[in-house]
Write a protein that binds this ligand. Structure first.
Ligand code: NAP
Ligand code: F7E
Length: 344
């Protein structure tokens, strides 16, 4: 089986490619050309699976339709996972055109390639709980109404609906995975969970003093990315294409995450956490809680790691990372920064 993955260098790209490679898949992934290396998450996989060509990487971009078409024609994958996106909600308010282009033109290019391919290709679209807008405390399922509140979420609704249009119009195996927030030690450092656990690690080792956050009241249904990518594969293995919610069915405030993370190392969060308007969004999604019963029943999917377990693995990993940084700082190979200069 051959899988083609956009966004392989991201959090989910790492966990999904690892899962597929370990299941015997040949994995083809696109990376963006950057002036500095951007493959750090998948370097271990490149070392393990690159030599035998089980893992192959190509330069491309979601906005470069010709390169995507050429790659799909040449590789002839059995499955496409479209994970690439400008995925930061706060950044989408600052870069709305770029965010929207990647979330709309990209998926449409891929859906056209699937439609025009002689081979039957199954397509996975990375849809998001952000599409619901979190306007009240309802439990959200595949049939709940969308109320997007950011350029990011509007782009995701476009791609979600287009995936359905291609599925219904051309009888293609195209699925939407409506994933609620999922985190890990490989999470981008400007998403709130990782921003918190990075700070906890650094504060614990004395190389950071404070952590400045925005809205502590927002509620999210946080799961573990390693569990969620297994659901993506199961969706493409199901007997018919559909839309699927993956969530834990539990919601927590940002403050609860903060308390749990500082609590892991015996620190009182109130001694370190500040808030600033700078991290508040023009339009906030206040409450997200998902109902994963359809995926549990029909895909036999279930999240393994709970909230406490997730906080623990992320804190442990970031304590280790901060320990390495503190050694570099003590050897004057790195300078301490009391807070990151650029965060969102
Ligand atoms: P992520 O860590 O931000 O990774 C995004 C990936 O997309 C990276 O590989 C990035 O490349 C790539 N990318 C960005 N712009 C691109 C472009 N123009 N062309 C090609 N590649 C581009 O995101 P993630 O957390 O793994 O999420 C994966 C997908 O699921 C995203 O579509 C996200 O919107 C969606 N999603 C995520 C969550 C969540 O909680 N994590 C929940 C629901 C949906 P670089 O490494 O070069 O930046
Ligand atoms: O924010 C609040 C913030 O940036 C979570 C993406 O993967 O999940 C993610 O989007 C909450 C928000 O994730 C800070 O206002 C407080 O209410 O970690 P986040 P997100 O916006 O939920 C969805 C499902 C996706 O699809 C997206 O791709 O935390 N918050 N203070 C903060 N958030 C950030 N980033 N930084 C803060 O300082």
């Amino acid at each position: 089986m051959k899988a083609f993955i956009t966004g392989i260098t991201g959090q989910d790209g790492y966990y999904l490619s690892k899962h597929l490679l370990e299941s015997g898949f040949e994995v083809h992934g696109t990376i963006r050309r950057s002036s500095s290396f951007n493959t750090s998450r998948i370097d271990g996989l490149i070392a393990e699976f690159g030599k035998s060509d089980q893992l192959k990487l190509y330069y491309s971009d979601l906005l470069d339709s010709s390169s995507l078409n050429n790659l799909i024609n040449n590789i002839e994958p059995d499955q496409i996972y479209n994970l690439a996106a400008q995925s930061h909600v706060a950044v989408s308010f600052k870069n709305p055109l770029y965010t929207t282009q990647t979330s709309t033109v990209g998926p449409l290019t891929l859906l056209e390639a699937v439609k025009n391919s002689k081979k039957e290709i199954k397509y996975y679209q990375a849809s998001s709980s952000e599409m619901y807008g979190g306007i009240d405390s309802s439990v959200l399922s595949e049939t709940s109404v969308f109320n997007p509140k950011s350029p990011y979420a509007v782009g995701k609704v476009f791609a979600h609906e287009m995936t359905k249009v291609y599925r219904e119009s051309y009888d293609l195996f195209c699925v939407n995975g409506i994933l609620f927030n999922h985190e890990s030690p490989a999470r981008g450092e400007t998403f709130v969970t990782r921003k918190i656990t990075r700070a906890v690690g650094r504060i614990f080792h004395g190389i950071q003093k404070n952590l400045t956050l925005g809205n502590l009241e927002a509620k999210r249904d946080w799961g573990f990315a390693g569990d969620y990518v297994k659901g993506m594969k199961l969706m493409l293995e199901h007997d018919h294409p559909d839309d699927w919610v993956l969530a834990t069915g539990e919601t927590h405030t940002v403050q609860e995450f903060v308390e749990a993370a500082f609590g892991e190392v015996g620190l009182n969060w109130k001694d370190h956490v500040l808030t600033s308007d700078k991290y508040h969004r023009p339009n906030e999604v206040e409450h997200l809680l998902g109902d994963p019963s359809k995926a549990k029943k029909l895909l036999k999917w279930k999240p393994e790691l709970d909230f406490k377990g997730l906080v623990k693995v992320m804190v442990e990993s970031d304590i280790e990372l901060a320990e390495q940084e503190s050694v570099l700082i003590s050897k004057k190979l790195m300078k301490p920064t009391w807070e990151y200069p650029i965060t969102d």
